[in-house]
Write a protein of this length. Structure first.
Length: 385
C-alpha cells in the first residue's frame, strides 16, 4: 500500500526496505529487475543515504556459470526464425551492445526484433527482417506466421509483439531461452548452440510496404532523412511514434527509445534529457533528437529549464496538429514564445522544405534547439498483419 492505495496493480516483482547501507541488496534488486522485466520496489530511508557503505570481499554478483539448452525437437525445423528482444542486452555496457550484431551475423537464419531491440543487427542486413508485431514490417510478420519453429532470446512476448489475432497459434511455435546475459561470451555461446542445432536457410525476399504519405508523415520522413543515421531518437506517445517507426531504418541498438507499450504522454522531453546525460557520462558520441506531439510536449514543459541550465544539445521537435490523436482538438500555447522564456533557440516551421536547413543549423551548433512543426492531422496506416 502507498497512502492507503493498493499498489497490487503495479505488478511489482519484489520489494526491499534498506535499513542499513547494504550494497548486496542494491545489486540483487537491480539484477531481479533486469531478469524479471517487472518493477522492483526499493525503499531507502533518508538516514541510510547518509551512512557509509560497508563493502566486504564477498562477490555480490551471481554465479558466472552460463548454460543454455536448445530442445532436440527443434532440429526438425525447416523454416526457423530467431526473435530477439531487448533482454539480449542483459547487463552489457554500451560498447558491447553495439558488438552484438557482429556475433548474430554468424547465424544464417532469419531474425526479427521487438521494438526495443531494433538495430541490434542493422536493419539493412539481409537476414534481419525488421520489427515484428502490431507495427512490424510485412516481411517480418509474414515470416513469423510461416515459420515452423521460433527461438526467442530476451523477448517478453507482449501483445504488441504477438497480437491477439495470431497469439495462440504463434506461441505454440516459440521456444523462449530463459537466460541472463552478462557478457558477449554468453551471446557467442547461444549463437554456437543455435548454429549446431538449426539448419541454415536462405533469407526471404523483402516486401516494400506501400505507404500513402500525407502532410504529417511527409514531415516525419524529412526529419528522418536529415538527422544522423546513428542518432538516438526519443519519442513521446502519439502518431509521430508510429510514423517514425515505419520510416526509420535502425543501424545501431537504441536508435529509437520510447515508452513502448506504456504509451506514456510526456515521456519524450525528460527521457531525452536522461539519454543525453548518459551519452555525456559514457562518452557516447551520438546526437539526441526528441520528437513529441503537441499534447505530450505540454505535459513536461518545465523540463526546458533543465535543458537550458545544462546547455544540453538536444533537437526538440514538436509535431503541432492541435489534436490529441483522434480523441479531441486541443488549444496549444505559443511553444516558440515559451522557448524564448526559457532562453532556448527555436523556430516555427510550416513548409517541409524548411526542415532540412534547420536540422543542419542544429547539428552545426552546440546548444538545444526547438523546432515546432505545423502539420495536418493524418490517419495511421493499418498494421501489416
Amino acid at each position: 500500500y502507498f497512502q492507503e492505495v493498493d499498489t497490487g496493480f503495479l505488478n511489482i516483482y519484489r520489494g526491499y526496505l534498506l535499513d542499513r547501507p547494504d550494497a548486496k541488496t542494491l545489486c540483487k534488486a537491480f539484477q531481479e529487475c533486469l531478469s524479471s522485466k517487472k518493477p522492483v520496489s526499493l525503499s531507502i530511508p533518508r538516514d541510510v543515504l547518509t551512512m557509509e557503505v560497508e563493502q566486504d570481499s564477498e562477490d555480490t554478483q551471481e554465479s558466472n556459470t552460463f548454460e543454455v539448452k536448445i530442445p532436440e525437437n527443434i532440429k526438425e525445423a525447416k523454416k526457423p526464425l530467431i526473435l530477439i528482444g531487448q533482454g539480449i542486452y542483459g547487463t552489457l555496457k554500451c560498447r558491447d551492445i553495439t558488438k552484438i550484431g557482429k556475433v548474430l551475423k554468424k547465424l544464417d537464419i532469419p531474425l526479427v526484433t521487438t521494438f526495443p531491440a531494433r538495430g541490434v543487427v542493422e536493419e539493412r542486413y539481409k537476414y534481419n527482417l525488421g520489427l515484428v508485431g502490431r507495427r512490424g514490417t510485412p516481411t517480418a510478420n509474414r515470416y513469423l506466421l510461416e515459420s515452423d519453429s521460433i527461438i526467442s532470446i530476451g523477448a517478453s512476448l507482449s501483445y504488441n509483439t504477438i497480437p491477439e489475432s495470431i497469439r495462440e497459434k504463434t506461441l505454440k511455435k516459440i521456444t523462449p531461452l530463459d537466460v541472463k546475459i552478462n557478457s558477449l561470451d554468453n551471446i557467442k555461446y547461444i549463437v554456437e548452440e543455435i548454429d549446431e542445432t538449426l539448419p541454415q536457410v536462405e533469407p526471404p525476399e523483402r516486401e516494400t510496404p506501400l505507404l500513402n504519405l500525407g502532410d504529417y508523415s511527409t514531415k516525419i520522413l524529412e526529419i528522418v532523412k536529415n538527422i544522423p543515421e546513428d542518432g538516438i531518437v526519443v519519442t513521446d506517445a502519439g502518431n509521430h511514434t508510429v510514423f517514425l517507426s515505419l520510416l526509420r531504418t535502425c543501424i545501431l541498438p537504441r536508435s529509437i527509445i520510447s515508452s513502448h507499450g506504456m504509451g506514456t504522454m510526456g515521456f519524450g522531453l525528460p527521457a531525452s534529457i536522461g539519454v543525453k546525460f548518459g551519452c555525456i557520462d559514457f562518452n557516447i558520441e551520438r546526437e539526441v533528437i526528441s520528437i513529441s506531439g503537441d499534447g505530450g510536449f505540454q505535459m513536461n514543459l518545465q523540463e526546458l529549464s533543465t535543458l537550458e541550465e545544462n546547455n544540453l544539445k538536444i533537437l526538440l521537435v514538436v509535431m503541432k496538429n492541435n489534436k490529441l490523436n483522434g480523441f479531441c482538438d486541443i488549444k496549444n500555447p505559443d511553444f516558440n514564445r515559451v522557448a524564448d522564456g526559457y532562453g532556448i533557440d527555436n523556430v516555427f516551421i510550416e513548409d517541409v522544405e524548411d526542415i532540412k536547413p534547420n536540422i543542419k543549423y542544429f547539428l552545426r551548433g552546440n546548444k538545444p534547439y526547438l523546432m515546432v512543426v505545423e502539420c495536418e492531422n493524418e490517419e495511421l496506416p493499418k498494421p501489416f498483419l
